[in-house]
Design a protein around this ligand. Structure first.
Ligand code: URC
Length: 292
């Protein structure tokens, strides 16, 4: 029986890059967290410690900063594509590159109603994400968002589920439905207006959440993915992970008070986690798009 090296990858994780565009007095800011994972001929470094095939993770980090200076950042999908193709195309020992980027949003401050030229506030909304994978021949782009917290204070029911000897949950035709949307979507191609696609996908996700009279979070998940696919032909597949942020009606009967869905205990954990994929049945092959 032999022991062999299985799948492996390596790279610099979570390089925090802030890029300021200083064209004149009005500045723009991009705040990114960039993670690189490379794969290739890495048997020797693992088995003998011969590092001839290894592009140091320190170099990868330097490349992220240097590319931001040399080419600017632009949309995170474009920055990811530039980096991923560079690592594979410049190093014979590197065969695949995956660049995962998170973007934190800053809003321009306003002073007396006038946009401030160089002052910003971190906005506490969702994080935009992009993952680019390149294998020397093909590239795949997955975009997304995470931690977009949304809540419907009605128009949500949950009943008709399995009841066994451990079931205590009461059926409801009116509950609070809240979740932190974690969505990723795969593009059919690597060309496109990624800023517009992001804004539109986000809008359709939110609108579907708000407009769906929900009989389960699963149903809402499907409606959200379906809405994106119906409206954005450049997107082939949507993957969603929706934590059910439970809001429990507090029993106030001990105080002689009724509670008609007005006072809730917002539970932190445990939470239901609803995950699903919605895709066109003739979607192009996903290839390495979702590889971790
Ligand atoms: O929308 C829901 N889906 C479930 O599967 C589930 N399970 C549960 O306890 N509450 C809920 N709500």
């Amino acid at each position: 029986m032999a022991i062999v090296l299985g799948p492996n990858q390596y790279g610099k994780a979570e390089t925090r890059l802030v890029h300021v565009t200083r064209d004149g007095a009005v500045h723009e800011i991009k705040d990114l967290n960039v993670s690189v994972a490379l794969g290739g001929d890495m048997t020797e470094t693992h088995l003998t410690g011969d590092n001839a095939a290894v592009l140091p993770t320190d170099t990868q980090k330097n490349t992220v900063f240097a590319f931001a200076k040399e080419h600017g950042v632009g949309e995170i999908e474009e920055f990811g594509l530039r980096l991923a193709t560079h690592f594979v195309d410049s190093q014979p020992s590197i065969h695949t590159a995956r660049v995962h980027i998170e973007e934190y949003t800053w809003e321009r401050l306003s002073v007396g109603g006038t946009p401030a030229p160089h002052s910003f506030q971190r906005s506490g909304v969702e994080t935009r994400t992009a993952t680019v994978t390149y294998d020397g021949t093909r590239a795949w782009v997955v975009s997304g968002l995470r931690d977009l917290v949304v809540l419907n204070s009605t128009a949500s029911e949950f009943w008709g589920y399995i009841r066994d000897s451990y079931t205590t949950l009461r059926e409801t035709t009116d509950r609070v439905l809240a979740t932190a949307v974690n969505a990723r979507w795969r593009y059919a191609s690597t060309e496109g207006d990624f800023a517009k696609s992001y804004a539109e996908a986000r809008r359709h996700l939110v609108e579907a959440f708000a407009e769906t009279h929900s009989l389960s979070l699963q149903q809402t998940l499907y409606a959200m993915g379906q809405r994106v696919l119906e409206n954005r032909s450049e997107i082939a597949e949507v993957r969603l992970a929706l934590p059910n942020k439970h809001h429990f009606v507090v029993d106030l009967s001990a105080f002689d008070l009724d509670n008609d869905n007005e006072v809730f205990f917002a539970a932190d954990r445990p939470y239901g986690l609803i995950e699903g994929t919605v895709l066109h049945d003739d979607a192009p092959d996903a290839g390495l798009a979702w590889s971790e």
